[in-house]
Design a protein around this ligand. Structure first.
Ligand code: MRU
Length: 358
């Protein structure tokens, strides 16, 4: 299936070309496809904050390239940059708080510097590490897609109707996606009748990004308001809700885009299976439960306006952009290391101690 999956890769959102980071501006999709270029760590931090690039793995990959850009600028300025690079790492770490892939990637870059051999060129080593982070995410997507399809087959026969939330595809990763990767692979295998895409208020990742990605590949996608999800689970013959994650804690709790928790509650009520697909770089074994995950709060303007047009009265707002789904509402967590069904702390620890599959 691997070759067919690779052949189906169409969209890219991150490119590293001749020492410059190119990002597809996700704020403008699907109406305009505009690529922006970055040659500084501060530019990359701002791109993450402003959501030019978004999605947990894509944020981590971009931050790794941001470290390379910061190191190069400091070297060109004649600084003792191995001592001062931490300022760029700190700035990148402050760009968004919830997706742990950001901190995981920065940590990998830091660890790479600690492993420098005498005489090794530090900047070249950092660049190779960032490229490796990017490439390994693509590989992880391929493995998860195959494992997710096996799981769908294990629990049901024939074509199925799926529901997804937010955007977890090529735009959010270094490959063709986590949850959307599983959905793509299932479609290639003839297992998908229809995909419901939640529009994902307020930033509309589902309407603007997921619907665009799926339609572009001829995958039958039907867009629905977030508030329609429970009704669709009752009436729409949905067999799986498949979502991504921004941080998974040691007990299997999952932080993901706001609205995921209510999907899981509704899925449990309606007997719909609930699958989370995420690379192991999204797993934070340092946090015991989802209670400890920092939840990003974004500005109220995202609720008061749509596309810059005012839609609400001048009132107070609350805009948490992630929520936490408790492990006991989750049927399976699919990672490139393997699948954990009915996650518990013991099963998560066993997964993280297991050798990589690729
Ligand atoms: O605010 P965003 O768009 O960065 O949120 C993205 C999500 O919540 C995704 O579901 C998650 O990062 C997984 S992406 C493979």
């Amino acid at each position: 299936m691997r070759e067919r999956l690779l052949a189906a890769e169409k969209v890219k959102a991150i490119e590293w070309k001749e020492g410059v980071l190119h990002l597809l501006d996700q704020r403008l999709l699907p109406m305009q496809e505009v690529w922006l270029t970055y040659d500084s760590a501060s530019g990359v931090a701002e791109a993450i904050r402003q959501m030019v690039v978004r999605g947990a793995p894509a944020i981590g990959i971009s931050a790794a390239y941001g470290v390379v850009l910061g190191a190069r600028a400091r070297q060109q300025a004649g600084e003792d940059w191995l001592q001062t690079l931490d300022e760029d790492m700190q700035m990148l770490a402050e760009s968004r708080p919830t997706a742990v892939n950001l901190f995981w990637a920065l940590n990998r870059m830091r660890e790479r510097l600690k492993r420098l051999k005498p005489g090794e060129e530090a900047l070249a080593a950092l660049e190779a590490e960032a490229v490796a982070i990017h490439e390994s995410d693509r590989e992880a997507n391929l493995t998860m897609a195959q494992l997710g399809v096996e799981l769908i087959r294990k629990h049901g026969d024939g074509v199925q109707t799926l529901l997804t939330h937010c955007n977890t595809g090529a735009l959010a990763t270094g490959g063709f996606g986590t949850a959307l990767g599983v959905i793509r692979a299932a479609h290639l295998e003839g297992l998908v009748d229809k995909v419901f895409a939640d529009e994902t208020r307020p930033w509309l990742q589902g309407a603007r990004l997921t619907a665009w990605e799926l339609a572009g590949e001829g995958i039958p996608v039907t867009l629905n308001a977030d508030a329609a999800a429970a009704h669709l689970m009752k009436t729409g013959n949905i067999s799986w809700v498949i979502v991504g994650a921004d941080r998974i804690t040691a007990n299997g709790d999952v932080a993901n885009k706001i609205g995921t928790y209510q999907l899981a509650v509704n899925a449990m009520h309606h007997g719909v299976r609930f699958m989370v697909v995420a690379p192991s770089s999204t797993i934070d074994m340092n946090l015991t439960s989802g209670e400890d995950i920092p939840i990003e709060q974004r500005e109220g303007r995202e609720l008061l306006e749509i596309g810059g047009v005012r839609i609400a009265a001048e009132v107070d707002t609350v805009n948490p952009v992630f929520d936490v789904t408790p492990a006991d509402l989750i049927d399976a967590i699919v990672t490139e290391r393997g699948v954990v069904e009915r996650p518990t702390a013991e099963k998560m620890a066993a997964l993280m101690n297991r050798k990589r599959l690729h």
